[in-house]
Design a protein around this ligand. Structure first.
Ligand code: ATP
Length: 236
């Protein structure tokens, strides 16, 4: 579904990614694990079109999207839930969801159906649908960011650190949702510092270290790999 070949991204003189190659197959959950500043968010932005590639290529379903503008990538089925949630704080929960469907005409009846689907997946958002998004708790805002990304009906969902700054119980809830999305057939690329959780839900994983992929493999095998455990799982 997604094939990245030798990707490099630069911020001026800073080489945030170099020689990154990876793939995501249809129906898979693939996770990218790596520490602070490894380049995880940069990779997500390069896939969604928010950061330009300096070199290399990105193909989605066999089509070269390397230079395609972000909104065209959304139309193809790539949707991102950004790091740090970034909901529209002064708009209601419902309006945030509607914004996720911005490529469809406002009168399209499928939008209301999709809002209903999100409320079924995230009952707390239904209860708070008329509340301003900025008044939600961190966990609820994360749910809203994921639900908003799903309103674009993605074939590939990009989740950038969905557990960031959340209490353990909420993290559990978020990962339960990711598991349910996987079962419903959504293909997911998940960036996480919580490697333990991410490796439990993923099929395969890549380790990103200072802009380069240093290892990759089955998620189960990674979870048992002493080097990965020591570097990313806090040795427990
Ligand atoms: P974190 O988990 O801390 O968010 P990350 O793995 O997502 O880290 P990135 O945010 O992708 O890492 O950053 C990769 C590198 O690129 C870092 O060295 C960072 O300082 C640098 N960087 C990121 N964004 C910019 C920017 N807009 N301008 C300049 N440098 C940037």
């Amino acid at each position: 579904m997604l094939k990245i070949n030798n990707l490099a991204v630069r911020y001026g003189a800073i080489e945030a990614l170099r020689g990154v190659s990876l793939e995501v197959k249809i129906g898979e959950v693939v996770t990218i694990i790596g520490g602070n500043g490894a380049g995880k968010s940069t990779l997500m932005k390069a896939i969604s079109g928010l950061e330009p590639a300096f070199a290399g290529g990105i193909a989605f379903e066999g089509r070269d999207i390397t230079r395609m503008p972000a909104h065209h990538r959304v139309a193809l089925g790539i949707s991102q839930s950004p790091e740090g949630r970034q909901v529209f704080a002064d708009q209601s929960v419902r309006d945030n969801l509607l914004l996720g469907a911005y490529l469809r005409k406002a009168s399209d009846p499928s939008i209301a159906l999709d809002v209903e689907t999100q409320f079924t997946t995230f009952p707390r958002l239904r209860e708070r649908q008329h509340q301003l998004a900025g008044t939600l708790s961190g966990g609820e805002q994360q749910m809203l960011a994921i639900a908003r990304a799903l309103m674009a009906r993605p074939r590939l969902l990009l989740l950038d650190e969905p557990s960031l700054g959340l209490a353990p119980l909420i993290v559990k809830e978020i990962f339960a949702v990711i598991r349910a999305l996987k079962q419903s057939g959504v293909t997911i690329l998940l960036v996480e510092q919580m490697a333990n959780q991410a490796l439990k839900v993923a099929d395969r994983a890549y380790v990103l270290k200072t802009g380069e992929i240093t290892s990759s493999g089955g998620a189960r095998a990674m979870l048992d790999d002493p080097a990965v455990r020591e570097a990313y799982l806090g040795k427990h």
